[in-house]
Design a binder for this molecule. Structure first.
Ligand SMILES: Cc1ncc(COP(=O)(O)O)c(C=O)c1O
Length: 439
């Protein structure tokens, strides 16, 4: 568990009670009304939170032991060794105000609580909040902020995050700057008086740029700005942003944490009680929670996370080395290759390089031919499952990033992205070779 002492500061939020709604939109002027002058802030709505419960001996457990046991004691009601799927929307109350800790399943559910505790343990945080998708989890982080607040985000990140920021939150008055977060000086230069959050993905999606998480955490603490990291590509098995000084970790649990491409979900983990109380309030108030069966599927996934990540990493290294030597290909974006600009940093802040690789085939036409020729790699959105997937970011995962912005960051129409699965690496390489032979 992180031993950081600094509790990040969150600006008071205009609470539902006492918040004066802005005047109606002046129809036809095309201008948004000025945000309300800042009245004395109403008390920030929060829900009290308990740190995840620790089992005897747990502080000494290593990763795989935590993955299999944290949050997952035998069921107190029945002794079931596997956490049951509590498929219920509500819970009996013996009398007014007297219940067993559960009232209504949007607010809390035992299967979800087990997952939240498990994922918090793996990330080394005290508090976890599960959501119905990775986007709902990122949305909950965004809900910590208000109109006029400024967010600095990586300029290369999942396209859906851009879409949420630009097309949903910007019209509400949040402001965003996108910078190459692998350049911490550029992040620092983008800070304004209203900056409240630095949000990074590392390695970035899909160009695999590496951001120095310790430096970002330090910058945030020095300037009183919350920091968040999307750790979906690495998982806590390889990288623990909280231990590096980041305040919030977010995941699409749809990916490696579940690992079997059979559900959609998200999680936010933090060590800050103040932020956790706000997130608990938002999780219940906004309501984007996962169902118990999806929570159970992720819990089943994390039990084998260490084994799967080792194999993803080994396979991806083999595939990347092979592609790097291929005469038809230029630069391979994989931080496990020694000539990758983020290789040394990755070795310092992570214990593996993961299963994601991208490379540029120089034109949409060549990319199309290649994607049509692979047999074992499945053409599909998403990543992190046991099966290998291939995608075309410009038209799939990053289609909602404006073309000019894609061009600016170097995400070309010829770029393809591999999610290297846990099949036999020789078969994966043979498949890529036969597809490359057709170019
Ligand atoms: C890095 C990353 N973060 C977040 C998300 C969003 O997660 P979800 O699809 O579970 O909403 C994705 C989805 O592809 C992703 O790749």
């Amino acid at each position: 568990m992180s031993t950081r002492k600094v509790e990040p500061k969150v600006e008071p939020h205009p609470a539902a009670a006492g918040y004066t709604a802005p005047p109606p939109h002046p129809a036809g002027t095309g201008r948004r009304p000025e945000p309300p002058a800042h009245e004395p802030p109403a008390p920030e709505p929060r829900r009290p939170v308990e740190p995840r419960p620790l089992q005897p001996g747990e502080p000494d457990w290593r990763f795989s032991t935590l993955a299999i046991h944290a949050g997952q004691e035998p069921d107190p009601a029945t002794g079931a060794v596997t956490v049951p799927i509590y498929q219920t929307s509500t819970f009996h109350q013996a009398e007014l105000g007297k219940h067993k800790g559960y009232e209504y399943a949007r607010t809390q559910n035992p299967t979800r609580r087990a997952l939240e505790s498990n994922l918090a343990a793996l990330e080394g945080g005290r508090y976890g909040f599960a959501f119905g998708s990775g986007m709902a989890a990122i949305g909950a982080i965004a809900n910590l902020f208000k109109s006029g607040d400024h967010v600095i985000a990586s300029d290369d990140m999942y396209g859906g995050t851009f879409r949420l920021f630009n097309l949903v939150l910007k019209p509400y008055g949040l402001e965003f700057s996108y910078v190459d977060s692998s350049d911490v000086a550029a992040l620092a230069a983008a800070i304004r008086p209203a900056t409240r959050l630095i949000y990074v993905e590392t390695p970035s999606n899909p160009l695999m740029k590496v951001t120095d998480l310790s430096a970002v955490g330090r910058l945030g603490r020095e300037r009183g700005i919350l920091t968040a990291c999307d750790n979906t590509f690495m998982t806590p098995y390889f990288q623990k942003p909280l231990a590096l000084g980041i305040d919030l970790v977010v995941h699409s649990t749809t990916k490696y944490l579940n690992g079997h491409s059979d559900m959609v979900g998200g999680v936010v983990v933090t060590d800050s009680t103040e932020v956790a109380e706000r997130l608990a309030f938002l999780q219940n108030a906004v309501g984007g929670v996962p169902g118990p069966f999806d929570c159970w599927l992720v819990l089943r996934g994390t039990k084998t996370l260490a084994l799967r990540m080792e194999r993803h990493n080994q396979n991806a290294l083999q595939v990347a080395r092979h592609l790097a030597a291929h005469p038809k290909l230029g630069r391979i974006h994989y931080p496990g290759l020694p000539d990758h600009p983020g290789h040394a940093l990755m070795q310092r802040q992570a214990t593996g390089f993961g299963g994601m690789i991208s490379f540029d085939l120089e034109s949409l036409e060549r990319a199309r031919r290649f994607l049509g020729a692979v047999r074992l790699f499945t053409l599909a959105e998403s990543l992190g499952g046991v099966e290998s997937l291939i995608c075309h970011p410009a038209t799939m995962t990053h289609a909602s990033v404006p073309a000019a912005e894609r061009a600016r960051v170097g995400l070309g129409d010829g770029l393809v992205r591999l999610s290297v699965g846990i099949e036999d690496a020789e078969d994966l390489i043979a498949d890529l070779d036969q597809a490359l032979a057709r170019l």
